[in-house]
Design a binder for this molecule. Structure first.
Ligand SMILES: [Zn+2]
Length: 374
């Protein structure tokens, strides 16, 4: 599965899509209200199928609601259901049930199999109207879902989830495999010993954001000055993410030139965020991995993921001994079994490489690090 994002051309017609997003927001809030009322009256959870059929009936009688596709309406119900299931499962950990959202801030609607059609070139028919988009890349594979997103600046994007079939053949060019460990200060530690530091401009631009957000909060609510400050703040945010994305693309090309197979741990972003605070979202590891996977596929390279729960930091890369415990603050440790001294991040990246190699059935690739019994 792959996610592709395209910007829609500015056009008068786009107001219909924006209206659909607003209507989706209204329907969303209506669903939330129904959930709450149902719970008050019957003391139990309103099930998704019931909600869907009720909302579908309402939609038939309401021409305003009909400006969003029936599939988008189903999607809203399913999303709310997912949010509730998460809440039921994790409410002890502080997850809140889904709540009302401001329609103005409501961001998107999603269509599954129906309600849109690609007309070739850069034209797509959504509902009964045709829109054009910047076709920055080919759409390969089957489109699973189509989402129209509205940014805080009011621009529209089309996001496609595409099924691109199985794992590609790896073309052996460099004959090299490497493992990588993400970190806060050092963005990536590579198993060949190199370190890729987080660029300084992330920090600098963060200061710019702080300033802009202060300006914004000082302005009078609902004033035109505040709206201008809000746009300024949003633009600063977009500047940063553009810089970052550029850097990610360059890095992805650099790494895929150097290695044929790249191994990573799957990310547990929620957990990392709790552990490290908001910084993690600035680094956006997830975004980098998406870009890397895209570049790797284009160049017939392979990105391998190992389970995030694999004790990569606690396993000795030299002998395979697994420690009982390793405190986060320990940057270095001595293996009690083989006495080798392991730097935390380097050791982890080497273990990730070895486990990655074994999961794709590469018993003995030419590696600097010795094999371990997993
Ligand atoms: Zn050891």
């Amino acid at each position: 599965m792959k996610t592709l994002k395209f910007k829609l051309y500015e056009h008068k017609r786009n107001k219909y899509l924006k209206r659909s997003i607003n209507v989706a927001g209204v329907i969303y809030n209506h669903c939330i209200a129904l959930h709450k009322r149902y719970y008050r009256m019957f003391g139990k959870h309103l099930n998704c199928a019931k909600l869907q059929s009720h909302i579908a009936k309402l939609r038939k009688r309401n021409s305003f609601w009909q400006s969003v596709g029936s599939q988008a309406v189903q999607d809203i119900c399913q999303r709310i259901e997912k949010a509730y299931q998460l809440f039921f499962k994790h409410n002890k950990k502080g997850v809140r049930p889904p709540g009302f959202k401001k329609v103005k801030k409501y961001k998107s609607f999603t269509l599954k199999q129906a309600g849109y059609k690609f007309l070739g070139g850069n034209r797509v028919k959504i509902g009964s109207r045709v829109y054009q988009f910047w076709k920055s890349r080919e759409i390969e594979g089957t489109v699973k879902t189509l989402t129209i997103k509205r940014t805080p600046l009011g621009e529209l994007f089309m996001v496609l989830v595409v099924d691109d079939g199985g794992i590609p053949e790896v073309e052996i060019k460099t004959g090299k495999i490497a493992g990588f460990d993400f970190g806060l200060k050092t963005f990536l530690t590579c198993s060949d010993g190199t370190k890729i530091e987080s660029p300084q401009f992330f920090k600098q631009s963060l200061n710019a954001i702080k300033k802009a957000s202060k300006q914004h909060s000082k302005k009078l609510k609902a004033s035109s000055n505040r709206e201008r400050a809000r746009k300024n703040l949003v633009r600063k945010h977009e500047d940063i993410s553009n810089c970052r994305r550029d850097w990610f693309w360059n890095l992805a090309h650099e790494l895929t030139d150097k290695f044929d197979i790249l191994c990573f741990e799957t990310l547990n972003l929620k957990g990392m965020q709790r552990l490290w605070g908001r910084k993690i979202s600035d680094l956006a590891f997830g975004e980098f991995l998406q870009i890397l996977e895209w570049v790797a596929k284009k160049k017939n390279k392979l990105v391998v993921f190992i389970n995030q729960w694999y004790p990569s930091s606690k396993t000795c890369a030299s002998c395979g001994h697994v420690l009982e415990e390793l405190d986060l603050s320990m940057r270095e440790w001595r293996c009690p079994y083989c006495q080798s001294v392991n730097a935390r991040d380097e050791n982890a990246s080497q273990v990730i490489e070895m486990v990655g190699a074994s999961t794709i059935g590469l018993g003995d690739v030419s590696r600097a690090t010795p094999a371990i019994a997993v």
